[in-house]
Design a protein around this ligand. Structure first.
Ligand code: HEM
Length: 452
């Protein structure tokens, strides 16, 4: 190698090293500038919160991925108060009044993270579009009205309660009085069977068959949609996400079959028109331009109902049983109340009767949902162009509002001894007002339609 080449090489290496050094210096300077800027001028510098939240929201997100938002959120709010900065442009809110005010109107829409569409079209839950949400809520509304619910009550009793009782009676008899079972799994199966009847017009027979894979199919399909959002190219690689793709295919096939058999019943005049259920509402719904929902749109609505309705209900039922085991004196009172008003054990109790006569039981359910709301984490919403005026703070525009449901249900300015299980609080003079402050089903314009 000639000396000239060696010199050139040395020059090139020095030039490259200088460039790297310059870029590294510039990069570090930029990071320091950005950090100082966020520290001194960040839009949420006036909101209390952990030090890292001035620069990043990663610790909070990691806790979310680990499924620990309820305990972590509670810890943050206990330390910093009802409004906590959890990232440079994110706040967590746990004040009951603030949360209900934000949820009251469409002014603070759902964040874009909701827009994961399993079958490729938005649905009542995932849409961030006010008009589409309003339309879908109106279309499905009759199924959730008292008349709609009355029309399916016998079916719910049959498919849900009586089949669950039959299963337990059989197993207890077989096991000669001692049947050990996982009550969460059994409640999940029971809730699934009911939701199956209400949404697809057929039970999944999960209680009888020991479960059904549809929830797993839905979860796989959601994961697939998330990966599609992050990196669409990856999905076209044939061997990637094989199980998720297979599950999604099964989900689509199952739902399409159920929708088609209902359509067949309708066209053969074999459908009982007195039965007002979710599938029927969406199949017969007409948009303002006279068009019907497409098959994908009906499918998307049905799938989201199964997802939104099954786990939430079974988690709540499991917590209730759990509270009864933790508070045997409460359980004793509930049993006494039921025995007093409904001595005939063979006669199923109907919803209206329970509401009227089982007031203590209802209070135990409310209190369970207050302390352990099935959607216990946080609902993300956007601040509007003019920000948000909270009770004590002004949040600027372009901030993500994280509404901490469990915190709002345990706001000490509303609830006395907020972390204790006290069903009696709903039976006091103030009880009705308190029940209106529960945000377990969310609140306002996007409140859960399944609340009843
Ligand atoms: C104990 C049971 C339930 C609880 C605690 C619950 C809770 C909630 C909550 C907190 C939301 C708001 C979510 C958000 O804004 O991110 C919601 C929305 C929703 N829930 Fe439920 N839910 C329950 C049962 C059901 C049932 C049985 C159904 C249907 C059969 C259902 C269907 C829906 C739908 C469609 C939405 C979206 C509404 C919209 O965005 O306009 N839920 N639910």
């Amino acid at each position: 190698m000639s000396t000239v080449i060696i010199v050139q090489l040395v020059h090139t290496v020095i030039a490259a090293a200088t460039a790297v050094k310059t870029w590294a210096t510039l990069g570090s300077a930029f990071v320091i500038y950005k950090s100082l800027n966020l520290y001194f001028f960040g839009p949420l510098r006036h909101i209390p919160g952990p030090w890292w939240s001035r620069f990043t929201y990663i610790p909070y997100e990691i806790t979310g991925f680990r499924g620990l938002i309820d305990t972590y959120g509670a810890k943050l709010h206990a330390k910093y108060g009802p409004v906590v900065r959890i990232g440079p442009t994110q706040v967590s809110i746990a004040r009951n009044d603030d949360i209900r005010n934000i949820l009251a109107s469409y002014k603070h829409p759902k964040s874009k993270v909701y827009e994961i569409n399993i079958v490729g079209v938005p649905d009542i839950f995932s849409t961030t579009d006010k008009e589409l949400n309003k339309k879908r809520r109106k279309q499905v509304g009759p199924a959730f009205s008292q008349t709609g619910l009355d029309s399916v009550e016998d079916l719910v009793l049959q498919v849900g309660i009586l089949s669950l009782k039959k299963k337990l009676d059989n197993e207890i008899r077989k096991a000669k009085g001692h049947y050990l079972f996982n009550y969460y799994s059994l409640f999940q199966s029971s809730a699934l069977d009911i939701i199956g009847e209400l949404t697809l017009g057929k039970s999944f027979n999960a209680v009888e068959g020991g479960g059904h894979p549809i929830i797993e199919w839905i979860k796989s399909s959601i994961k697939l949609s998330v990966f599609k959002m992050i990196s669409p190219g990856l999905l076209s690689v044939p061997f990637f996400f094989k199980k998720f793709k297979k599950d999604k295919k099964k989900l689509i096939q199952y739902t399409a079959d159920a929708i088609n058999s209902r359509k067949e019943l309708i066209s053969n005049n074999q459908y009982n028109v007195d039965r007002i259920d979710i599938l029927q509402m969406y199949i017969t719904a007409v948009n303002s331009n006279g068009s019907k929902l497409t098959e994908e749109e009906v499918m998307a609505e049905i799938i989201i109902m199964i997802l939104a309705g099954a786990d939430t209900t079974s988690i709540t039922m499991s917590w209730l049983l759990h509270f009864y085991t933790l508070y045997p004196q409460v359980h004793k009172k509930v049993v006494e109340e039921i025995n007093q008003h409904f001595p005939n054990k063979e006669q199923p109790i109907r919803y209206k009767e329970a509401q009227e006569k089982l007031v203590y039981f209802m209070a135990t359910v409310y209190e369970c949902m207050r302390l352990k709301p099935a959607v216990s984490g946080a609902l993300p919403r956007e601040s509007s162009s003019d920000g948000v005026k909270l009770l004590q703070d002004q949040i600027p525009a372009d901030i993500q509002l994280t509404l901490f449901i469990e915190g709002g249900n345990q706001d000490p300015s509303v609830w006395e001894s907020p972390r204790q299980y006290i069903p009696e609080r709903f039976l006091t003079e103030n009880g009705e007002t308190l029940s209106k402050k529960l945000i377990t089903f969310s609140s306002g314009v996007r409140i859960c339609p399944g609340k009843k």
